[in-house]
Design a protein around this ligand. Structure first.
Ligand SMILES: [Zn+2]
Ligand SMILES: [Zn+2]
Length: 366
């Protein structure tokens, strides 16, 4: 048996024929193992779903109770056997609950990493390196030009801008699952204690992070605040809301955007972002190549768009690199549509436990 016999690419995602399951399938299948809850990886409508408890809970939040026929939660490090294929989940360091899927069969191991980053993130378990024979990597930022740098330094830019413009409202565009909570946690780590305001699309997910023991401090809904209250504050919102009528409720808003794409100046300018913050939940070029080398894998499969440079890099090192042509991954686009839907849903939803009556009435800014 060769490592590529454990997993095979298929149009609906990578498939383990032996175990009878797909990993992050893009179409409904009988049995799915899901790496994390971003909408392009975690689609509704599968028969049975295996994932971490957090991923299952976040799928339920996003897609409703009936997101799958049945579900089974697995902790990191735990294993299950499916018809001769042993599955183990390991932290991917991408967002809360994100996992790499290791599949062992006949003494060989394949690892599907999903999305990952090998830098510290206060909101999720750190990436765990798993030695393997076949490694499936993402390639979102797989060009040497992408070096993400230090997220704390990016947060310091935001705090500095707050001091420079104390009357303006700072709006920070961030994806609602993972990035938003990471930005909040990084602000708290930097000593920023004031209330942080949220767009409605981020409420349920942020509540869930808090419930799972990630401290995010005093969070409030922007829609519950007056224009005057919002002067000198930070509000997080989906990137799509930055250019929306929604921003009219803020006094002299200043647009920031936390994304690995902010390394591309033209992109920031084009989106009207005055304060680009290079903070990414994906590994950069160094992170990808270091990780691939460290897995010891001789065969590398590459997904997510920028496959070419990474496949080329593999060839230069004597590794067998192969682009996977699976259509449907790339949350940077999907997640915007997703949050727009969340917004419509959440704007009418009742406030959850985070935003209790006392907090909303007793505005601590006095
Ligand atoms: Zn993702
Ligand atoms: Zn992805």
């Amino acid at each position: 048996m060769r490592p590529e016999d454990i997993l095979v690419p298929s149009p609906s995602g990578v498939c383990c024929k032996l175990g009878g399951f797909h990993i992050d399938p893009t179409r409904p299948v009988e049995r799915a193992v899901i790496t994390h809850a971003h909408s392009d990886h975690a689609r509704a409508g599968h028969g049975a779903v295996l994932a971490t408890r957090e991923t299952l809970d976040l799928m339920r939040l996003r897609c409703g109770e009936n997101f799958a026929g049945s579900s089974q939660a697995m902790a990191y490090g735990e294993s299950v056997n499916l018809d001769g294929a042993r599955i183990t989940l390991h932290p991917a360091g991408h967002v809360l609950g994100s996992a790499q899927v290791a599949v062992d069969a006949n003494g060989l191991r394949a690892v599907a990493s999903g999305d990952y980053k090998n830098v510290a993130d206060p909101t999720c378990a750190p990436f765990e390196l798993v030695r393997c024979d076949l490694f499936i990597t993402e390639a979102t930022f797989a060009l040497p030009v992408f070096r993400h740098g230090d997220p704390d330094a990016e947060i310091a830019k935001l705090v500095h801008s707050m001091a420079l413009f104390p009357e303006r409202a700072h709006l920070v565009g961030a994806y609602s699952l993972g990035k938003a909570q990471r930005v909040i946690a990084l602000l708290r780590k930097a000593g920023y204690q004031a209330p942080i305001y949220l767009h409605g699309a981020m409420q349920a997910i942020s509540d869930y992070y808090i419930k799972r023991g990630i401290p995010l401090g005093d969070l409030r809904l922007a829609r519950g605040a007056s224009k005057a209250d919002l002067a000198g504050t930070i509000t997080l919102c989906p990137p799509s809301a930055l250019n929306d009528l929604w921003t009219r409720r803020f006094p002299d808003p200043l647009a920031a955007f936390a994304s690995g794409w902010m390394r591309v100046r033209a992109r920031a300018r084009q989106q009207g972002v005055a304060l680009p913050l290079v903070i990414s939940d994906h590994a950069d070029w160094n992170g990808l190549t270091e990780t691939i080398a460290a897995t010891g894998a001789s065969e590398i499969w590459v997904t997510h768009g920028q496959e070419d440079a990474l496949v080329h890099w593999c060839a230069a090192r004597g590794l067998k690199g192969r682009p996977l042509d699976i259509v449907g991954y790339g949350e940077e686009v999907d997640e915007i549509a997703d949050t727009a839907a969340n917004e419509a849903e959440n704007e009418s939803a009742a406030p959850s436990f985070l935003f209790d009556e006392n907090r909303r009435d007793g505005d601590g800014r006095a």
